[in-house]
Design a binder for this molecule. Sequence first.
Ligand code: AMP
Length: 281
Amino acid sequence: MDFLTQPITIAEWTAEVRRSGGSVGFVPTMGALHEGHLDLLHRAKAVHAKVGCSIFVNPLQFSDPNDLKHYPRQLERDRALLEKAGCDVLFAPEKEAIFADFRPTVYALGGLDAHWEGPSRPGHFQGVVNVVERLFHYVRPNEAFFGEKDRQQLALLRYIARSERWPERVTGCPTVRATDGLALSSRNARLNPEERKQAAVLHRALKAAAALAFREPVEKARQAGLDAIATEASVVVDYFGIADHETLEPLTTWGERDKAVALVAAQVGPVRLIDNVTLQR
Ligand code: AMP
């Protein structure tokens, strides 16, 4: 696996793959890799001649300086994991390289940031999009792979990719979970054993809502989720909501749609966790 830190070198790497007629799949991450990230990589490998992964802890997407400070960083371990998983190139730029010729842009996000993570983390999505733009600018992948775990981010990047003519394809991949249902996340490493157990309530709550979806009123399904979370007194809900599958607008009725999404964010011990599931009619 190549290990590159300079934007110019990753640009040349991609150009070389293209010259030899190959396509590039790309998995952007913030590191502290887990099976969720590696699943994205395997999906990318299944369709592209070469796959690249980036590790960059994007300071622009953290609204809480404490979260940024404590975000797990383990580059050597990540590098070994990627090598073993068959990644072709790891792009791990320094902040200075990414922001060298950076001009912050305010992107029109089509209202996709109006709810959920948007109001809870002001500036977060503009930070995500600005840095993903930098990564795409240098890596120039044919296809980029993102997790459904960050559903709103995925929806937003898809939207922007269409308007900015970014990579040909932005592909969403299913959430990889631990056996108790907890969505794998780099932040889970900061939970103590007790908190780790409590965190599984998020997925139980999503399943409780899913069990009532399209059969009971939206509010009843939402309340079932909230009731489930309330069984863990130390888990503090930020939001638990049910939204349109495409626009992520909160729903009050199911209407004619045959898909929706339940989303949750909650504080568990020192970390704020998010998760979601698709609801099917
Ligand atoms: P992060 O390093 O947390 O920024 O995540 C990098 C990419 O991995 C994003 O596209 C995430 O949505 C995705 N991802 C994170 N956790 C999971 C998971 N449990 N299952 C699938 N994809 C995930």
